[in-house]
Ligand binder design. Structure first.
Ligand SMILES: [Zn+2]
Length: 486
């Protein structure tokens, strides 16, 4: 190194001006935990949790916070702005109350923006070129009950034309006043979408929405597609094969479609499923990464080099996944044997207090499911299905039972004499039947997924409430059993 270069470098270091201008995605991914907002740990957080965090931002000069209005039930909807750039970017999350993943990621982003570290150079460029505007949780009333629609049970994403609800008016109003060049419309999708014809879940899906039935591509939509190519490129480093495109049929009442029509290149990001990530905490991190990669592509204008053809090559969402797929089981019917694949889903049911959920495991399809895939799959040719057994508690207390032992013996249910608690589910890995209840315990299409699996008259697996338990290992990972009441 030449002496002059060394001196210049030393000078730069001493004045603190040497900042890597490069946007290192891997480093960002690796250091995510330092930016993660740890007040969000589960998907069913509420408006008050969001407000608490917004209040904290108020003390920081970096953020401008403006109350845009209130939801039908009177909950504040805020706009958080940052940066001084000419290009406005608008992001909104949780327009559907039960789609919270991106809201958490936005608060991780706020931590990233206010950090002081090796990404300072990137931040400086970001805030000088862009002004970022965020609406976290556009539908707080829906979020309160963890439901899609708002308090009037209107789907806000079908209210972009009539603009009847205050939440919709707020979104349209801010779009009209900011006229953002880019937008990010942040949602969650079915966790069982696959990325094309593949066993891989569509963990993140994108869409450049159509603005007419002909699905024409103008500059606004074209730029959306090009930006998505850059997001896809970024995420492919971490979840290759798990990225897809959402259906692009024109929906005249939806905001995404209308944003394009109104002149904003708005990217739809849908958070889907990832194995063992029921609370979407890993997918939240992917949102964080994708959004920063998106901002980077805008400030560097790298999206301009992407092509629409590349966008078209992203696989489309397909519906090929079950939570659990058991292949080629033997089912007996009138003394005849049938080879049947069983597709089981564990659907989340929100608890009465809206704060948590429990699983309801059901046989959602059976027959020849050879074209489908499972988050978990078992090849069970030659294995036979039988009903699960019912354990009579009699004088014992529920607390005294050894659940693992009962599972290993093929029990799926515990019968209780009394009707002594009102819970909706039990944290035991077994179901409970109150005396007098008479649930249908047959192993059948659309029924609850409770049965045992045998090979050569030896019990091998016990499926309880959709969760498969290998009786040769104490491996039960069930969240809950169900309670059947009279
Ligand atoms: Zn949605």
């Amino acid at each position: 190194m030449k002496l002059l270069t060394v001196i210049t470098l030393l000078l730069l270091i001493s004045t603190g001006n040497i900042m890597p201008q490069n946007f290192n995605l891997q480093k960002l991914y690796d250091s995510y935990s330092t930016y993660k907002n740890n007040s969000f740990t589960k998907a069913r957080f509420k408006h008050k949790d969001v407000l608490k965090n917004i209040k904290k931002l108020k003390s920081k000069k970096l953020f401008k916070i403006k109350m845009l209005g209130k939801s039908l039930e009177g909950r504040e909807i805020n706009l958080i702005s940052i940066g001084k750039g000419k290009i406005n970017v608008l992001l909104w999350s949780q327009m559907h109350g039960d789609e919270p993943t991106a809201t958490m990621a936005l608060f991780d982003l706020f931590n990233f923006f206010s950090a002081d570290d090796e990404f300072n150079g990137f931040r400086k460029e970001l805030f000088s070129k862009l002004t970022l505007h965020f609406i976290p949780m556009l539908n707080p009333d829906g979020a309160e009950k963890f439901k899609r629609r708002n308090a009037l049970n209107i789907d806000l994403n079908r209210d972009a034309i009539r603009l009847q609800c205050p939440e919709s008016k707020i979104l349209k109003g801010i779009r009209d006043s900011l006229k953002p060049k880019f937008g990010f419309n942040l949602h969650d999708q079915n966790t069982r979408y696959s990325a094309g014809n593949s066993f891989r879940s569509a963990t993140i899906s994108f869409l450049a929405p159509a603005f007419n039935y002909e699905k024409e591509i103008n500059e606004v939509r074209g730029n959306t597609m090009k930006l998505i190519v850059k997001l896809n490129e970024a995420l492919s480093n971490f979840i290759p094969g798990h990225i897809a495109k959402y259906n692009d049929d024109f929906e005249p009442r939806a905001f995404g479609d209308n944003f394009i029509k109104w002149g904003t290149s708005s990217v739809l990001i849908e958070s889907g499923g990832w194995k063992n990530d029921a609370e979407k905490q890993y997918i939240r991190k992917l949102n964080f990464i994708a959004l920063l990669a998106g901002f980077n592509a805008i400030i560097k204008e790298s999206y301009k080099q992407a092509t629409i053809e590349e966008y078209k090559q992203i696989p489309t969402n397909d519906n090929l996944l079950f939570d659990l797929l058991l292949r080629k089981l033997t089912v007996k019917y009138k003394n005849q044997k049938y080879k049947i694949d069983i597709g089981i889903n564990k659907n989340q049911e929100t608890t009465a207090d809206y704060k948590d959920y429990y699983n309801i495991g059901k046989i959602e399809d059976w027959g020849d499911l050879s074209i489908f895939y499972g988050y978990k799959e078992y090849e069970l040719e030659g294995y036979e299905i039988k009903k699960s057994k019912i354990y009579k508690l009699n004088d014992k207390k529920l607390e005294e039972i050894d659940a693992q032992e009962l599972l290993n013996k093929g029990y799926g249910f515990i019968e209780l004499d009394t009707n002594r608690f009102a819970d909706e589910y039990t944290k035991l890995p077994l179901n409970i039947i109150f005396k007098g209840a008479n649930p249908n315990l047959n192993v059948d299409y659309l029924n609850f997924a409770n049965f045992t699996i045998w090979k050569n008259n030896k019990l091998m697996f016990n499926v309880v409430n959709g969760c498969i338990h290998d009786v040769t290992s104490d491996s039960c990972k069930s969240k809950n059993g169900l309670i059947f009441k009279p």
